[in-house]
Write a protein that binds this ligand. Structure first.
Ligand SMILES: Nc1nc2c(ncn2[C@@H]2O[C@H](COP(=O)(O)OP(=O)(O)OP(=O)(O)O)[C@@H](O)[C@H]2O)c(=O)[nH]1
Length: 375
């Protein structure tokens, strides 16, 4: 991943985490409103100033989280979402709030599952179970303490509250682990699907290559050449020209007749290798059919194009096949230049006429249409 990509991903993650943090803060506001109602109804066993101290602790804890998110320090931690820490702080504050209450505890118990919901999709099942256990034992501890100091107002209701909280939290743990396994399965399916897509894309690429390539020589085939040559011609500007050449191996029938078809094939392959080695990246060579090839050299002029074709001709003349002595290998070339608004078929015809002239005047030579015009 590039550093700019990483930065974009981190920014998206941070804004998502800040949104979630905003939701948590909104929940704190709602609980504070509920606590205010309880205070008004005189349901607290402690003074209003003790409740105020708890409120201040809550504000400080949330400001600490906000500071971590805004400064980006959370990104240096193992879990940048700080989910476990936020859930634990939430559960701790809630347990203290409940401990401060006298009769209204039952109403605040529903906030335990609400707090735990924040961690349900994020926390691993083991950690989630630990959080629910802490919430449960925190509440049990409050009641045990009340019993110890003989301040339990209604032991029956307290027992019922402990049991119902235990039940709800146990169910929540099971549900969380079920949700996690569902997510895991979905992620595995998505990965498998991505792998299938990649294989399909690879197969498509192979098919495209096969459809564009001549099997024997590995060069482009005629159909593909015509397609890319037309595209190159479209992009041609007024002051530039492309070179187009038809290349025909001389007396190829004789090679086949004398050495056999297999050797003829090797000569065709040797030509493909030599021509590719002589050309530059961007030059387009293709098998036009039989022992005939077509070459397009983009953005060239008469001299440079002639030099290029001569290079191929001379290199092919020096070809040696391992294990067979094929003598006098040569080729003839018909060349033309294409300018803007030129027609590809017409240019191919011009090159063909030049090739015909090269054959007629003795083979093993490059003849250009502009030379015909000069002559
Ligand atoms: N080995 C082999 N031969 C091929 C292939 N395709 C075409 N040929 C042969 O190439 C020969 C071309 O012969 P001609 O068109 O008479 O041309 P030439 O013998 O090269 O004569 P000039 O072009 O006039 O120099 C034919 O015998 C075809 O059978 C191929 O894929 N492999």
């Amino acid at each position: 991943m590039t550093s700019s990509n990483r930065r974009v991903t981190q920014k998206t993650l941070q804004s998502l985490l800040l949104k979630r943090f905003g939701m948590a803060v909104a929940t704190y506001f709602m609980i504070a409103a509920l606590a205010a109602v309880a205070l008004y109804q005189e349901l607290f066993a402690v003074s209003a100033s003790a409740v105020l101290v708890l409120l201040c602790i809550t504000v400080v804890s949330q400001l600490a989280f906000l500071g971590l998110f805004v400064s980006g320090r959370n990104l240096r931690l193992g879990d940048p979402s700080l989910t476990e820490a936020q859930v634990l702080v939430g559960l701790g504050l809630l347990t203290i709030l409940i401990a401060m209450l006298d009769k209204g505890r039952g109403s605040f118990l529903v906030i335990y599952p609400l707090t735990l919901l924040f961690g349900m999709f994020q926390l691993p099942p083991r950690v989630f179970f630990r959080c629910t256990a802490l919430a449960f034992f925190g509440f049990v501890a409050i009641n045990l303490y009340d019993a110890y100091v003989f301040s339990m107002s209604d032991p029956g209701i307290a027992t019922l509250q402990v049991c119902s909280l235990g039940l709800v939290l146990f169910w929540l743990s099971l549900f969380a682990s079920y949700m996690q396994s569902m997510r895991q399965r979905m992620r595995q399916r998505r990965l498998a699907l991505q792998a299938h897509q990649e294989t399909l894309r690879g197969m498509m690429r192979q098919l495209e290559d096969l459809a564009a390539t001549d099997e024997l020589t590995g060069l482009y085939n005629r159909r593909h050449f015509l397609r890319i040559a037309a595209r190159e011609l479209e992009g041609l500007t007024a002051k530039r020209s492309h070179g187009l050449a038809l290349i025909d191996l001389d007396h190829f029938k004789g090679i086949n007749d004398k050495h056999g078809h297999a050797v003829g094939d090797r000569v065709l392959q040797a030509f493909a290798g030599i021509a590719s080695a002589c050309l530059r990246e961007g030059d387009i060579i293709a098998r036009y059919g039989g022992e005939e090839f077509v070459l397009m050299v983009p953005n060239t002029d008469a001299d440079a194009f002639m030099a290029c074709c001569e290079r191929v001709r001379l290199a092919f003349g020096e070809t040696e096949l391992a294990g067979v002595k094929v003598q006098n290998l040569s080729l003839s070339v018909g060349m033309t230049l294409m300018s803007m608004h030129d027609d590809l078929d017409e240019a191919l015809q011009r090159a063909d006429q030049a090739l015909y002239r090269a054959k007629r005047t003795g083979r093993n030579r490059c003849i250009a249409t502009w030379e015909q015009a000069d002559a």
